[in-house]
Design a protein around this ligand. Structure first.
Ligand SMILES: [Cu+2]
Length: 178
């Protein structure tokens, strides 16, 4: 009987380490990977929930049009025209065959506008801001506007909507800083 058996002495430590190295590490990665997947799925569902999407469009129901009417009454400076305070949300309505109201804004200020059709499908073209999209009846669309230069800008309909389509143009008047 020897005090030290090299074969037995090596078998024990080197027999256990590979076991933990080969099984233990993959298990840790499996658990971490699983946690990562759960966190990832939760993060992506958070990004896609309604509160985020509603920043891009919303249902244009009675309460929406009531908000638009209240906005118009609050800011009206002349029949069919409003002057905006920076930061206030505005409403621009397409109807056969006009864009109302006329908006007066300040240059260099950011504005949020809800755009909606009150009747049929119209197009929304605001070339200066790089905006062109369809207004489906029943929905309101959120746009952000920032005009650097004072001037008069046209909003027009670029989706055929009947007899008055070609004349369906609205105005945004951008004033210089006071
Ligand atoms: Cu049109």
């Amino acid at each position: 009987m020897t005090a030290f058996d090299p074969a037995e002495g090596q078998a024990s430590p080197s027999g256990e380490r590979p076991w933990t190295a080969l099984i233990g590490m993959p298990l840790i990665f499996l658990v971490l990977g699983g946690l990562g997947a759960v966190v990832g799925v939760r993060a992506s569902t958070t990004l896609l929930d309604d509160t985020v999407l509603q920043q891009r469009y919303r249902v244009a129901d009675e309460s929406f049009f009531a908000e638009a009417k209240a906005f118009y009454e609050r800011n009206k400076i002349a029949p069919g025209a409003v002057r905006m305070r920076p930061g206030e949300t505005m409403y621009l309505l397409a109807q056969s065959w006009a864009y109302l109201p006329e908006l007066r804004l300040q240059a260099g200020q950011r504005y949020v506008a809800w755009v909606a059709s009150t009747d049929v499908r119209h197009g929304f073209l605001l070339r200066d801001q790089g905006l062109s999209f369809l207004l489906e009846p029943g929905y309101a669309y959120r746009v952000e506007l920032l005009f650097e230069e004072p001037g008069t800008y046209a909003v027009s309909c670029n989706e055929y909507c009947g007899l008055g389509h070609a004349a369906m143009i609205g105005r945004i008047i951008v004033e210089g800083q006071p």
